[in-house]
Design a protein around this ligand. Structure first.
Ligand code: NDP
Length: 320
């Protein structure tokens, strides 16, 4: 079966992917966008977004991503469900395989695959995943109404998760592994002033307890070595993210954490015609608005690159 040929293929459906789609579609490039395994990306598992310009009263993350998608559809982006499993950037056009069967050839590829939640790596955390262990308070908090839960982490995500859960559950224990939090001042203030959030400093989870469901967490104080068991039913991990870039490892330059390297001030990667946007290449800002900004860059860079490639191909054909 011959591969389908497209001008611009966008991989991923967060703010970066949809913004790239809006720009590429308005430039007449007929982009095809594959949504991946989490359509809408990380914002679909967050609650209020209060810092995206243009929403003076804030907006719910899932609603915002519906708005992004609608805008991309308005300009006739071809939005498809499907997961890109592998790529071959050894030649041109670029080859991409979707759902292990569909072959696509793309003149330009815009990578907007984002990042995913990190886990602690405890055996018990894995075993009880989905049975009291979660990385998404907005998705699963409802199940712990009037119960007690643990949130691990001390960044903005952990503070946000703890704040969200505190409105549903009876009590939230926050496990902070150092004696200070990384979260922004305002987020710290919110968790510190919530009456039902208790912060345990220098505290680490050693084991999530329970056979079928979480029924406790064994915690150690990493300064005193003292251990205790918290009687909780939920265990939420909010310790950051890792970029979803494994399938590109063979082809693209990345840093040691797997973030794709781009040429500063552009979305260009080391492979001509392949552009990286959003959290897949950004370990510093990681905001919806910065992701959207780099999505725009990806589309503009791809448009310019395709135009230059067309001139090059024409000149080659004419023997110039
Ligand atoms: P961060 O990388 O900022 O924080 C991760 C936290 O998890 C740190 O406190 C870290 O501890 C802790 N941690 C990491 N590994 C472990 C471990 N093995 N055991 C225990 N604790 C661990 O990630 P976030 O997801 O919180 O935030 C990412 C970015 O997104 C930030 O720029 C943030 O500002 C932004 N963000 C903004 C929000 C908002 O404005 N509403 C909401 C959510 C995120 P330590 O400090 O000791 O390293």
């Amino acid at each position: 079966m011959s591969a389908e040929r497209v001008k611009v293929l966008i991989i991923g459906s967060g703010p970066a992917g949809y913004t790239a789609a809006v720009y590429a579609a308005r430039a007449g490039l007929k982009p095809v966008l594959y949504q991946g395994d989490q359509p809408g990306g990380q914002l679909t598992i967050t609650s209020d977004v209060e810092n995206y310009p243009g929403y003076p009263d804030g907006v719910m993350g899932p609603q915002m991503m519906i708005d992004f998608q609608k805008q991309a559809e308005r300009f006739e982006t071809d939005i498809r469900s499907g997961i890109v499993n592998s790529v071959d950037f050894s030649g041109w056009p670029h080859k991409v395989t979707v759902d292990e069967k569909t072959e696509i050839e793309a003149e330009a590829v815009i990578i907007s695959t984002g990042a995913s939640a990190k886990w602690l790596g405890l055996e018990s955390e894995q075993r009880l995943n989905g049975r009291g262990v979660s990385a998404c308070a907005v998705c699963d908090g409802f199940f712990f109404r009037n119960q007690d839960v643990v949130v691990v982490g001390a960044g903005d995500s952990a503070a946000e998760e703890a704040g969200y859960l505190s409105k549903i559950v009876k009590k939230v224990y926050m496990l902070v592994r150092r004696d200070e939090m990384r979260a922004s001042k305002i987020m710290q203030q919110r968790v510190k002033s919530a009456p039902n959030i208790e912060i345990l400093w220098n505290a680490e989870a050693k084991e999530v307890l329970g056979d079928e469901e979480v029924d406790g967490v064994r915690v150690v104080n990493n300064v005193t070595g003292e251990e205790k068991v918290l009687d909780v039913q939920g265990f939420f991990v909010a310790i950051g993210h890792q970029p979803n870039t494994d399938i590109f490892k063979e082809w693209l330059d990345m840093d040691e954490q797997g973030y794709i390297k781009t040429i500063p001030g552009t979305s260009r990667t080391n492979v001509p015609g392949v552009f990286a946007t959003g959290d897949a290449q950004d370990k510093i800002y990681r905001q919806a608005v910065t992701a959207a900004g780099t999505g725009c860059m990806g589309a503009l860079d791809a448009e310019k690159w395709i135009a230059e490639k067309e001139v090059e191909l024409k000149e080659t054909a004419q023997g110039v």
